[in-house]
Design a protein around this ligand. Structure first.
Ligand code: CR6
Length: 872
């Protein structure tokens, strides 16, 4: 029978409930209360950091009021829920966002002023939560904000890393140094430890088939650890909905491995999973086992939690996909697919087919890159070692592919012992094969008879030494739907890496959801003056257009309004001054704010071509040097900003940073040119730094080799803030141009279909760079000759261009320089430029993450908005 609740007198309960703060008085009261009882401090010894903590704790109380209501109503209404599994969440700071979403910004500002503090100084005390590397992690954070704002029942699941992404320091020589980011050093007010929510997770051990033809197995032994939940509240904008981000932390199982615990090995043995891998491209070169354990620990804990919640509904297991949708953010959580199979078969006693049906209706997979070096593959011996049962299941999924391949190759007699480790496994697969119930792989052979290459291409296991599991293939066959993150990228997914699956499973499984960004953080918070001007112009409540960003179109007529243009340009100017002030106070550098601000901020990677940009800067410098003083006076002043981290082991990327730093040193000191061109590398790029840089930019660069940048999301942020885009025809740049019109963007470079041919030419019909692109050759030679010091140091970087030139710098350099010249020309016509800027912002409605999350909700997850009534 169900227990009655609340216990005792409901009225007494209700009277005791905290309500939301609404006025300055209740805010100051709560603030002082927290100073006194949570921080154990007093008015006389409270500094800005303490004031931040008190403010954060009082805001958190408000968030919890809504969080509780939201979770209770989700429980009562039991709508279908979506779960966003992401190994990265780049949240940045929380306080300002929480205040905005709660609608308490002004009240807090006044409240802390009465107590002798300044809200801006308090906000500056907060450390970024930087649990991610770049776009993928920040996308996850934007989607959380949008899910709550759109009142969608969605939870995030991630890992509670002890350290965020490393802090980047730049040595005097220009080398990147990495320092740890112990972001939890001060207590984190935004998380709620749930020490009672704990699940056991097993690694290693033995998996034995039961041998009864059921496919079931017993997985025993090995090592067990506990996953403990930490909850982070995710408030929606202007709504009571407050969703949850659950992060897992590891803890030893009681009684487990006491010896190594006593030997002081505990930290080493267990908490190592919760380190962030600062590189999703190169982690395969080291720490593989750790990363695999990390992925499994997190997916297993998340699935246990999701299953427990589902079981509370008392529905038959077959209805699981009607209540649960699980989104795989890239292939990192793909182990959830064999893990759910394991639970359903081994623990819930389901038949393979029934289990597979549930699995393939529950998961959804988003691909975020087609670059081959970034596609995850796990070595079969490693998976077998760490997760023996999962390796069996993966083979059970692919088994028939092998059979078909082997049959075709007339090799049936030489069954590979490592594939089919026991007789039971062979007979199980064979039984299913005969029943023709498996994932249509037999049908592959039927549909494409004799196409051996296709079978090998489609296999989940890549042949080689060692064999490897292709995670993208596993994610694809195990999911209901698959999508890319911009139109071009989704097309590339369909026509390249998953082409065979499209031909086999039909195109309707493969869709597109173009990325989006939250306009709350990326316009209202980071650019409050622009937001206020927009509100005034649109004559709408801010809360209306911030939730329906297409309303920005109402700005279009204002492009023709001179007074409005003046206000618009004035805001850009003040944002430049704000950035200059920030750089002055943090780095002690003086920035010329009467110049075009040209910004490229993103992870350092060859495909993103920061090298093209720095070589372009050198070209500009050499050109200026050759001019007479009178000629120089006619040139636009330009300040170029770079920021971004390189993966610690990525030599060429680090060399690019070194080159930028040393070019900056030379040209910023050159009296001939420094009034016209200066260059800065801002260390330690972060969400918070982006919030100051983006509103100040006139032009931003998104110049990847065509076809390599899946989407990009900072391009959307710059344009939303009225910065114009200089880019290649790649990723979401294309859709931005479609919206704002090609006359408002600066495009250059070869198109995606040409890339393959050009690379072929580089390999087999090599034309020396002096002949092909003299301007570039000249720039490279100047670097080689030591114009920026560091003789020889840059040769490996320059040689990537001279030889092979995989990212096609020599093919795009001339058109890049021409595009830069077009930017100069356009910028000289100030009024026209401002018009472009206004029109750009006006047409950015499509790129709200609200639009994107609704597409996922409707076309993928099939979940509905579940409004939370504030009074219940
Ligand atoms: N590096 C893409 O490269 C995209 C984001 C988010 C990336 C980038 O173009 O905008 O994902 N890919 O979809 C991966 O992380 C694998 C990224 O951030």
């Amino acid at each position: 029978g169900k227990e009655k609740w609340p216990r005792g007198d409901e009225k007494v309960w209700k009277a005791g409930m905290r309500s939301l703060d609404k006025d300055v008085e209740s805010i100051t009261k709560s603030f002082v209360n927290h100073v006194q009882t949570s921080l154990a401090r007093q008015a006389h010894n409270l500094d800005d950091l303490g004031a931040y903590q008190a403010a954060a704790l009082s805001v958190r109380d408000n968030l919890l009021v809504n969080w509780n209501k939201t979770q209770l109503q989700y429980m009562r209404k039991s709508p279908k829920r979506a779960y966003y599994l992401s190994l990265e969440f780049l949240m940045g700071r929380t306080l300002d966002n929480a205040l905005l979403n709660l609608g308490l910004k002004d009240e807090y500002k006044d409240g802390v002023r009465l107590l002798g503090f300044n809200i801006e100084d308090i906000l500056e005390q907060e450390r970024d939560a930087a649990l991610g590397n770049g776009g993928l992690g920040r996308l996850a954070a934007c989607y959380l904000d949008s899910s709550a704002s759109q009142e969608l029942p969605l939870w995030g699941y991630g890992l509670r890393y002890k350290y965020g992404i490393f802090k980047q320091l730049i040595s005097p020589e220009g080398n990147q140094l990495e320092a740890p980011d112990p972001w939890l050093e001060h207590q984190n007010p935004w998380e709620l430890p749930r020490l009672d929510v704990a699940y056991e997770v097993r690694f290693y051990g033995r998996a034995e088939r039961l041998g009864d033809g059921s496919g079931r197995a017993l997985w025993t032994g090995g090592q067990e650890v506990l996953a403990i939940a930490y909850d982070v509240m995710i408030p929606g904008y202007n709504t009571a909905t407050t969703n949850n981000l659950r992060l897992w932390e590891s803890k030893p199982k009681r009684g487990f491995d006491l010896n190594s615990f006593n030997a002081g090995n505990y930290e080493g043995a267990l908490s190592r999973f919760v380190v962030l891998f600062a590189d999703f491209f190169a982690y395969r070169t080291f720490g593989k086992e750790l990363r695999l354990k990390q992925q499994y620990f997190w997916t297993a804990a998340s699935l246990s939690d999701i299953l427990r919640r589902f079981k509370n509904l008392n529905k038959p297991m077959s209805e699981f996909p009607e209540f649960v949708a699980i989104q795989l953010n890239d292939t990192h959580p793909t182990l959830a697919i064999p893990e759910l199979m394991r639970i359903l078969i081994d623990e819930e006693d389901l038949h393979w087919d029934a289990a597979w049906k549930i699995v393939t209706n529950t998961f959804f997979y988003t691909n975020h890159t087609v670059l081959p070096e970034a596609l995850e593959k796990w070595s079969v011996p490693l998976v077998e070692h760490v997760l023996p049962r999962h390796m069996q299941i993966i083979y059970d999924i692919v088994g028939p592919i092998y059979f078909c391949t082997l049959i075709i190759l007339h090799l049936t007699c030489q069954l590979d012992r490592t594939c089919f480790s026991s007789k039971a496994s062979v007979s199980f697969i064979y039984a299913r094969l005969c029943a023709l119930t498996m994932i249509k792989t037999v049908a592959v052979e039927k549909k494409f008879p004799g196409d051996r290459e296709r079978l090998a291409r489609m296999s989940l296991i890549e042949e080689g030494q060692p064999k490897q599991v292709r995670m993208a293939h596993l994610a694809c066959v195990g999911s209901r739907k698959v999508n890319g993150v911009a139109e071009l990228h989704s097309d590339l997914v369909r026509t390249t890496i998953l082409k065979d699956f499209v031909e086999f499973e039909g195109i309707s499984k493969f869709g597109n959801v173009t990325n989006g960004i939250t306009p709350r953080r990326w316009l209202d918070q980071c650019n409050p003056e622009l937001s206020a001007l927009i509100t005034k112009a649109l004559k709408l409540e801010k809360s209306v257009w911030l939730k329906d960003l297409t309303k920005l179109e109402g700005l279009l007529p204002f492009a023709e309004n001179k007074a409005f243009r003046k206000e618009w340009a004035g805001i850009k100017q003040r944002n430049k001054e704000r950035l200059a002030h920030y750089i002055e106070t943090t780095l002690g550098l003086t920035i010329n704010t009467k110049a075009l601000f040209d910004v490229q901020i993103k992870r350092l990677h060859e495909y993103k071509r920061q090298t093209l940009n720095i070589l372009g800067v050198i070209h500009r410098y050499l050109t200026l040097k050759n001019m007479t003083p009178a000629q120089r006076k006619k040139v636009n002043n330009r300040v170029v900003f770079f920021a971004g981290k390189a993966a610690p082991g990525y030599y060429i990327a680090k060399l690019t940073i070194r080159l930028i730093v040393n070019v900056a040193r030379t040209i910023n000191a050159d009296p001939d040119t420094r009034d016209y061109l200066t260059l800065y590398f801002l260390p330690d790029y972060s969400v918070s730094l982006a919030e100051v840089l983006i509103p100040a930019s006139d032009i931003s660069q998104h110049i990847s080799t065509a076809g390599t940048e899946a989407s990009g999301t900072s391009n959307m942020k710059f344009c939303l803030n009225g910065g114009l885009l200089l880019g290649t025809v790649d990723g979401a740049n294309i859709e931005i141009a479609e919206e704002v019109g090609e006359s408002n963007v600066f495009f250059f470079g070869h198109l995606t279909p040409a890339v393959e041919d050009l690379r072929y030419q580089h390999l087999y019909h090599h034309i020396p760079i002096e002949k092909k692109c003299p301007a570039l050759a000249h720039v490279l030679n100047q670097v080689s000759l030591g114009l920026f010091g560091d003789n020889e140091v840059y040769e490996p970087l320059l040689n990537t261009i001279r030889q092979g030139d995989y990212y096609l710098l020599s093919d795009d350099f001339d058109s890049y320089i021409a595009a830069l010249a077009m930017v100069d020309e356009a910028y000289s016509d100030t009024e026209e430029w401002i018009k472009k800027s206004i029109r750009t912002t006006a047409k950015m409605g499509k790129f709200s993450s609200d639009r994107a999350i609704n597409e996922y909700a409707e076309s993928y997850w099939n979940i509905e908005a579940t409004p939370i009534t504030p009074h219940s």
